[in-house]
Write a protein that binds this ligand. Structure first.
Ligand code: G3P
Length: 230
């Protein structure tokens, strides 16, 4: 169960569509994340976001929270091919990323609708933003989390917390100006414990990571290393 208000810092592992986690391998990565969670006595909330078709498969194999990478603001019932929050929940999702840099949502009111739908379902919303200005605009929808990720650093191996620390502090200030509840996390280019430490030192409430783990030699070791940054 994801804690909402009094939560430990969060580490969200986005599987994206990396072939390294295709098929049964997505379970292996999720189990690695669960093993690390247990070794840290849940002092860190590790969440995995596998590809949509793997949501229930992963949820059947781990107890840690599973999030969708994206959900659609389509109607229940006759909305072929869309993936709505209610259906994602029925397959085990406890939250979702929204407006990720690689799956942007054009209309702000669509993002607001999705945040509201997730809230009604008691699911966690993690809205992604590319700039502190966008954080300011999106914070008024009161998502549980906003993830600041400068697109140019995504997948670069150059950590946002080191390459562009002011985007993190500006985002924290922008969110705080609009809402007391929204928690700001950061992502893009995070690969080691020092990257995590500098992110938390800037005030981020956690991180969002993908390639730094997925491309690593040992998933358990890399996730442990990132967790040790907390
Ligand atoms: O959603 C996380 C992501 O966009 C960051 O990617 O590969 O730089 O950790 P990466």
């Amino acid at each position: 169960m994801v804690y909402k208000n009094s939560s430990p810092p969060i580490l969200i592992l986005n599987f994206k569509n990396y072939l390294e986690v295709s098929g049964q391998k997505c379970i292996e990565l999720a189990k690695a994340a669960e093993k690390v969670t247990k070794s840290f006595d849940a002092r860190i909330q590790i969440v995995v976001a596998p590809p949509q078709p793997a949501l229930s498969l992963v949820k059947e194999n781990v107890e840690i929270p599973v999030f969708a990478q994206h959900v659609d603001d389509a109607k229940e019932g006759s909305s072929t091919g869309f993936f709505i929050p209610e259906i994602s929940q029925s397959f085990g999702a406890e939250g979702s990323l929204i407006n990720h840099s690689e799956h942007r949502i054009e209309r702000p009111d669509t993002i607001q609708n999705l945040v509201n739908r997730l809230r009604q379902l008691n699911m966690v919303s993690v809205v992604c933003a590319r700039s502190a200005q966008e954080v300011s605009n999106l914070a008024r929808f009161e998502p549980d989390y906003i993830a600041i990720e400068p697109p140019e650093l995504i997948g670069s191996g150059k950590a946002v917390s080191k390459e562009n620390p002011s985007i993190v502090t500006d985002s924290l200030a922008a969110a705080a100006d609009v809402s007391k509840n929204v928690r700001v996390i950061c992502g893009a280019g995070i690969t080691d414990a020092a990257d995590v430490k500098s992110a938390l030192k800037l005030g981020a409430k956690g991180i969002l990571v993908a390639s730094g783990v997925i491309k690593s030699k040992s998933w358990v070791d890399k996730i442990s290393e990132l967790a040790s940054g907390y």
